[in-house]
Design a protein around this ligand. Structure first.
Ligand SMILES: C[S@@+](CC[C@H](N)C(=O)[O-])C[C@H]1O[C@@H](n2cnc3c(N)ncnc32)[C@H](O)[C@@H]1O
Length: 265
């Protein structure tokens, strides 16, 4: 396993490059954790982090709710390896290598009780629409009754609202230009290229290459708000709506019904 300081150094760089694309990233983390805290109903909630990357959200959640357990799920050996090495001393945090596109992903988690919530940031737009719909359907069977999904991501308006789509994009571009007039210090691509060149990460990089993990994921229909709303409703989530928002950057919340309302007849 790689050295913890080296891993934390790479995660600091990860956070800085993500913050470049999402100036409100910390505000969104804070709002999401506020919602977990307010809804958990117990001091030691069990929370799934879907597409956790190296665990940026998971560790912030555990700093605020130290008695929680977070199962951080990702399919990328490099970000999983960084998270495991950096946060091995953090009680309550466990990383699981699982592909959220594969039906039955929740079985691999080895859960001993139903989770109180599932959280995710900047990850679920990677999934094709059919895989996202299947993921939400499986999640609805896993969460405890009354449990929450909290998904923070850019979710644009529908293509039938082209002006809103265009203005949503324009707001993001203008904000980026205001905050970073000289461009980003390190882009997503720069980060991956630099990580690939670090001999300390060679084993993780080799595993990533062997598995053919792809970091390019733009343009998926799962970046549309309507796709999430339809998939969550068809999965049987009861209340579905935006809890926090800045432009297209939203925190979507969905509640599993406390009492099963679906009928078979
Ligand atoms: C942009 S990163 C965000 C990571 C972290 N949630 C954060 O906010 O920093 C997206 C993550 O989703 C993960 N991911 C994408 N598709 C996945 C899948 N099918 N199964 C599991 N993880 C996936 C990627 O490996 C990556 O770590």
């Amino acid at each position: 396993m790689i050295n913890g300081d080296v891993a934390r150094g790479w995660i600091n760089r990860w956070d800085a490059q993500q913050q470049g694309y999402l100036p409100d990233r910390e505000d969104r983390f804070t709002a999401l954790i506020d919602a977990v805290e307010a809804a958990a109903g117990r001091p030691d909630p069990l929370i799934l982090d879907l597409g956790s990357g190296p665990g940026s959200l998971a560790v912030r959640l555990l700093r605020r709710i130290p008695a929680a357990t977070v199962v951080a799920i990702d399919a990328d050996p490099l970000t999983l390896g960084l998270g495991r090495a950096a946060w091995r001393e953090v009680p309550g945090l466990r990383f699981v290598d699982a592909d959220l596109r594969t039906p039955g992903w929740s079985v691999a988690l080895g859960l001993d009780r139903q989770p109180d919530g599932a959280v995710s940031t900047t990850a679920l737009h990677w999934l094709p629409e059919a895989a996202l719909t299947a993921l939400y359907a499986e999640l609805a069977t896993v969460l405890r009754p009354g449990g929450l999904l909290l998904n923070g991501d850019h979710m644009r308006n529908d293509d039938s609202e082209p002006t809103l789509v265009r203005l949503g994009r324009a707001l993001i571009e203008r904000e980026e230009q205001r905050r970073f007039p000289d461009g980003l210090a390190e882009t997503w691509t720069d980060w991956w290229e630099s990580a690939a060149a670090d001999p300390a990460l060679a084993d993780l990089v080799a595993e990533r290459e062997a598995r053919r993990v792809d970091s390019e994921h733009h343009g998926s229909p799962s970046g549309r708000l309507s796709v999430h709303l339809a998939a969550l409703r068809s999965a049987g989530f009861a209340e579905v709506g935006t809890l926090w928002q800045r432009g297209e950057n939203r925190l979507l919340c969905a509640v599993r019904p406390a009492i099963e309302t679906r009928h078979t007849t």
